[in-house]
Write a protein that binds this ligand. Structure first.
Ligand SMILES: C[S@@+](CC[C@H](N)C(=O)[O-])C[C@H]1O[C@@H](n2cnc3c(N)ncnc32)[C@H](O)[C@@H]1O
Length: 523
């Protein structure tokens, strides 16, 4: 017997182990930036390989050298001040070389201070003690750091000849720690860029990315979020299915699946057709988002410009309740055949399926109430599904993608009917997380056509970038939404919704805007 699906029942009593146990857990973050996690040398030596021990020895040696340097600098300062009498200087030096704080407290003062000394000598002594105390505090602070495992920047040989993944993992943790408090943990002669470059190299090895894509991803996220994203992209997102509301209600579908032993749950309050499946392979929750944002209405004329294999188009048809007309287009003929098959199976009867290059669609047909552009992209949001993205995408791929995306988006806008009584809306989406394919493409369309961004209607997701590195986008780009595997437990995705106001094609564009666009082009 399956279990009954109960919706709208928030107070359902908690049951013991069961399907909830199969929920995908949050990603385990191996890399945590926590100074407390640093081992001292002794602990470390117990677990280390031969090469690691050699490195640890070099670290200790370097530490000693640092201590010596500090001591010399301090001694010089003392001499400059010309304060303490000889024996006190010795005491200071003794204390100075000691690693044990208790040395200072236990100094037999009386044995070292001549009772015959003048008042001014006593004042000198007070001053010296004060200095010593200060030095002591400083040293305490230093020792706190020294008692931890200070990360010594590796030599080129060490960088290039890492032999094991645990070594890389340890080094990534160390570098993250240094970067988390750069002033405190850096080596003075090393720049932040050097640590970042080392981190990038190690992350590429650890997670198997090429340097190009890793650099792009590192530009998007702060370090702690970066690690979460990389970890989350190693794990497949939960499978989500959409109820075909043309044939069945979600409640009945869930019941049918549960009675066949499939573990399902509603995907979330934001969708009334999605079900999360806890043990099988198919599309992700993010694919529901663009259609929810498009908000198709009955009896409208709607275009899905890049529709194959028809996942989102069939969702649109269902929301239209098989009324109006849905044009489902794709440039790829064999993929178009997939749409035909899927539409038959799903009982969709309001559609016309076409196979054109989307970039010329406005020359074939126009006057749509709504258009969806679910654009072809680099797929950097779905790395967990297609890990080849990690190594196969380069600068040229990104350029090719955003050039095509811009052209498709402009044509899609031209296909929209400005005078539509119910619509005039367009949704642009990608499964990429790169701003070049998302905010920059939409920003380009804002300059080239008479359109404005409007809220997506999705009440979750993070805001699109208005600023990204040195680039500045139109402030309304904050209305677009980004979705990430590590924050929303779904594939990486981008959704923007635009409203068209007229067929006017703006000609004059401010220099700054053009400048930004050129920067994105040359990026
Ligand atoms: C992200 S997929 C679309 C997925 C689809 N919306 C769905 O939900 O099933 C992008 C699609 O764009 C199509 N495509 C690529 N270049 C195109 C072009 N110039 N015109 C129209 N479609 C194109 C690809 O064949 C691919 O099927």
């Amino acid at each position: 017997m399956g279990r009954k699906a109960k919706y709208n029942d928030e107070n359902r009593p908690k049951k013991g182990k069961g399907r909830k146990d199969k929920r995908q857990k949050d990603p385990d973050t191996v890399f945590q930036i926590d100074p407390k996690n640093i081992q001292d040398d002794e602990d470390e030596t117990k677990k280390l390989s031969h090469r690691q021990k050699q490195r640890a020895a070099r670290r200790r040696k370097k530490k000693e050298e640092w201590k010596e340097k500090r001591k010399m600098i301090k001694d010089k300062k003392k001499i400059k001040k010309n304060e303490p009498p000889m024996e006190e200087t010795e005491i200071i030096n003794n204390e100075d070389v000691s690693d044990d704080d208790s040395d200072f407290d236990s100094l037999p003062d009386d044995n070292y201070i001549d009772n015959e000394k003048t008042e001014s000598a006593e004042e000198d002594l007070d001053q010296t003690n004060e200095n010593m105390e200060q030095d002591n505090n400083e040293q305490d602070m230093r020792l706190n750091i020294a008692s931890q495992d200070i990360f010594i920047f590796p030599s080129d040989d060490d960088i290039n000849n890492v032999t094991s993944i645990p070594e890389i993992e340890a080094r990534v943790k160390d570098v993250l720690l240094v970067l988390s408090n750069f002033k405190k943990f850096r080596e003075p002669e090393r720049s932040r860029q050097e640590y970042i470059a080392l981190l990038r190299k190690d992350l590429c090895t650890y997670f198997s990315y090429n340097e190009f894509l890793m650099e792009r991803i590192m530009n998007i996220f702060p370090l702690d979020e970066l690690m979460n994203f990389l970890e989350a992209s190693e794990t497949q997102r939960p499978v989500t299915i959409r109820t075909n509301s043309l044939k069945v209600r979600r409640r009945d579908l869930a019941q049918a699946l549960i009675s066949r032993g499939v573990n399902v749950d509603p995907v979330g309050k934001w969708s009334n057709v999605g079900l999360v499946v806890y043990s099988s392979p198919v599309p992700a929750a993010s694919s529901l988002l663009p259609v929810i944002a498009l908000a198709p209405k009955e009896n409208e004329r709607i275009l899905d410009l890049c529709a194959a294999p028809g996942g989102k188009a069939s969702h649109i048809a269902a929301l239209m309740k098989n009324t109006g007309v849905l044009f489902a287009n794709d440039a790829n003929k064999s993929r178009v055949n997939g749409i035909v098959g899927n539409f038959h199976r799903l009982g969709i009867t309001n559609s016309i399926i076409t196979c054109y290059d989307g970039r010329i669609y406005s020359q074939i047909m126009k006057g749509f109430d709504r258009v969806l552009v679910d654009a072809p992209c680099t797929g950097t949001g779905i790395i967990s599904k297609d890990p080849s993205v990690k190594t196969s995408k380069d600068k040229v791929d990104v350029q090719k993608c955003f050039t095509l995306q811009r052209e498709l988006l402009l044509t899609a806008i031209d296909c929209l009917n400005t005078r539509s009584s119910s619509g005039g809306y367009l949704v642009y989406s990608t499964c990429s997380i790169l701003p070049e394919e998302n905010e920059a493409v939409v920003n380009y369309a804002l300059r080239k056509r008479d359109v404005k961004l409007v809220p997506t209607g999705l009440d979750f997701g993070t805001e699109g970038f208005v600023k990204y590195r040195q680039y500045r986008f139109h402030p309304s780009l904050n209305l677009t939404r980004r979705f990430y595997p590590h924050t929303h437990n779904m594939d990486g995705f981008f959704v923007a919704k635009l409203k068209k106001f007229s067929d006017i094609i703006p000609t004059s564009v401010s220099q700054t805007q053009e400048g930004n666009a050129e920067m994105m082009d040359s990026n």
